[in-house]
Write a protein that binds this ligand. Structure first.
Ligand code: RIB
Length: 301
């Protein structure tokens, strides 16, 4: 696998508390199961792709406190090329406060240094060629992301966008996207359709195709994922799993998707691997503490 994955994205410290119901305004409650770990959608996705064996380079920013250094070490340990990560002297490392309630998470972000990832940083970082991949999410400034996408397209790279957390995308950017991978609420924000069955998945995808997006994948949780290309579309079901924690399952899907995209042309196969990887990630706690292996995935397919 000689092509590379360039990830431009966020690095966070995740602090998670599980609770049976969210406190009301003015109320203090005891949670249980406090856990601190490394996260950030960008870092999580890069770690999955690199752990699977893809040559993965990362651009992001952390603060100068010890947690920033530790986050970089964690990424390096998992095989990510961290040479371009910048230690920002003016901001702390991003934090995500995750409240886990009834198998669902609510995430509150304090972006810190993630907010300082700049066009200039991108300029220095992206030097890919045809068939290298640019992967972005929306936890760093949008103008930096738009710039990265335009630059990657100029270099004929493959652009994969995960619009999470959900934000609108300008028309001139939509047409540069090769693969848009989004969940149901992100699809609703971008298209006005909440996709829950094959018909409204098709409607949402058609709107995105009309705006110029080439390939679309809508993740549907335990129902699997819907995909739509120029001439193919369909729904690929998930596998049954024992859900322990859904945090980062989408990131595992993305990391597997870009890994497979480097070596496989069959879109259905790429998505099947990604769906199973995302489902298996729900069987363990925390964002990227566990990356399923290819063997584990193939056993379940
Ligand atoms: O997708 C999960 C991630 O979202 C967490 O790791 C958290 O940092 C937030 O970015």
């Amino acid at each position: 696998m000689k092509n590379k994955i360039y990830v431009v994205g966020s690095i966070n410290i995740d602090e998670k508390i599980s609770i049976d119901s969210i406190p009301k305004a003015g109320e203090t409650k005891h949670g249980e199961n406090y856990h601190i770990s490394f996260g950030g959608k960008g870092a999580n996705q890069a770690i999955v792709a690199a752990s699977l064996g893809a040559s993965t380079l990362f651009l992001g920013r952390v603060g100068c406190e010890i947690q920033g250094e530790e986050a970089i070490n964690e990424m390096r340990k998992n095989g990510v090329n961290v040479e371009s990560i910048i230690k920002d002297t003016t901001a702390y490392t991003g934090r995500a406060i995750i409240i886990y309630e009834n198998m669902d998470n609510r995430i509150l972000l304090a972006p810190g240094a993630n907010n300082n990832v700049s066009k200039h940083d991108v300029e220095e970082f992206i030097d890919g060629n045809m068939n290298d991949i640019l992967l972005v999410q929306f936890e760093i400034p949008l103008e930096t992301i738009w710039y990265a996408i335009k630059l990657a397209k100029k270099k004929n790279m493959i652009v994969v966008v995960n619009p999470a957390p959900a934000k609108r995308i300008p028309k001139e950017i939509l047409k540069e996207i090769d693969y848009l991978i989004l969940n149901q609420s992100e699809a609703e924000l971008l298209t006005g359709e909440y996709p829950e069955n094959i018909e409204n998945c098709r409607m949402a995808s058609n709107k995105l195709h009309e705006s110029g997006v080439k390939n679309i994948v809508i993740t549907l949780g335990e129902k699997g994922a819907f995909y739509s290309t120029n001439n193919l579309n369909g729904l690929l079901p998930s596998i049954g799993v024992n859900v322990v924690d859904t945090t980062g399952a989408g990131d595992t899907f993305l990391g597997m998707f870009v890994y497979k995209l480097l070596e496989e042309e069959n879109i259905e196969k790429i998505i099947q691997y990604s769906v199973v990887a995302g489902a298996l990630a729900c069987e363990r706690e925390n964002a990227h503490d566990y990356v399923p292996t290819l063997e584990e995935i193939e056993e379940k397919m």
